[in-house]
Design a binder for this molecule. Structure first.
Ligand code: ADP
Length: 267
């Protein structure tokens, strides 16, 4: 709480009274802290791949180039770390774009089923590398009014996590249905699961249940925070349930029709 005391004077500059102004700055302070933590985390997270890139390339230049086995091994590490850096920079740029509402928000009426198909094409390499079986459950084609990029990003992030945190030959189910004028989209996998006491933290920026494992698979710890932001800024919500070493089940609820800026239904 910030307190400001403003004196009130009469014509002879004698104090007549005081006005006490109380400002609740809890939220402002909280947002300031979120921002400074974010900058500190970004710097820390970026430093890891940059250090690896520098270290491995310097070792090569110092002579390791001549050993062809070492050369291939180090180039693979450099390539992986550069890829991770690329994903992280893209995720950070996307978060900051979203927060500044720069892409807000060309809404269109689109098919959820077609968007899922599109996402599966984008992720087809990842999916076939691990021989993951994808199962789509949907009684009918569902249409929704939303920014198409938002829906696509939500599904990409959830399905790529489901694939990443599931062992080879695992199973990922995508369920599309509607209830009470809302889209219900579930992504279920039979992978490593998430401990119950960490379920509430996985939507935080840079939070990872197992940092080592997430890094190895190229994770940035930003995917779910982007999903949560997108879902909530489209008036929806997201739930997660999980059983360690058995399954993880994310459900996204989104209104099928949104109110536009003039509070008029588009259709
Ligand atoms: P990351 O880039 O590390 O995957 P996310 O924000 O997408 O970051 O996810 C945060 C953490 O939540 C992950 O590091 C992982 O520990 C956990 N997680 C997310 N999805 C799943 C899943 N389907 N199964 C198991 N753990 C998951």
């Amino acid at each position: 709480m910030d307190v400001h005391v403003v004196p009130i004077f009469n014509d002879s500059l004698e104090t007549l009274n005081f006005i006490v102004l109380l400002y609740d700055i809890t939220e402002i302070r909280r947002l300031e802290k979120v921002r400074t933590d974010f900058v500190a985390n970004v710097s820390h997270e970026l430093r890891t791949p940059v250090t690896a890139l520098k270290g491995f390339s310097e070792t090569l230049l110092d002579g390791a180039l001549n050993d062809s086995d070492v050369l291939v091994e180090f180039l693979e590490i450099i390539n992986k770390e550069a890829g991770r850096l690329d994903t992280m920079v893209n995720d950070i740029l996307q978060l900051s774009k979203l927060e500044q509402r720069q892409d807000n928000s060309v809404k269109d009426r689109i098919s959820v089923n077609e968007t899922v198909d599109e996402v599966l094409k984008i992720l087809s390499h990842k999916i076939s590398l691990k021989d993951i079986h994808i199962n789509i459950i949907s009684q009918k084609d569902v249409e929704i009014e939303i920014n198409p990029d938002h829906l696509k990003q939500i599904i990409i992030n959830l399905v790529s996590n489901a694939v990443a945190y599931t062992s080879e030959k695992g199973k990922v189910t995508i369920e599309i249905s509607t209830a009470d004028d809302k889209l219900k989209l579930s992504v279920i996998d039979n992978g490593i699961g998430i401990p119950k006491n960490q379920l509430s933290r996985i939507f935080e920026r840079f939070y990872r249940v197992d940092k080592g494992r997430s890094r190895n698979i190229g994770g940035t710890g930003l995917g779910l925070s982007i999903v949560k932001w997108l879902v909530e800024n489209n008036e929806g919500h997201i739930d997660v349930k999980s059983e360690v070493n058995e399954w993880t089940h994310f459900t996204v609820w989104l209104p099928l029709t949104v109110l536009d800026n003039n509070s008029m239904r588009k259709r």
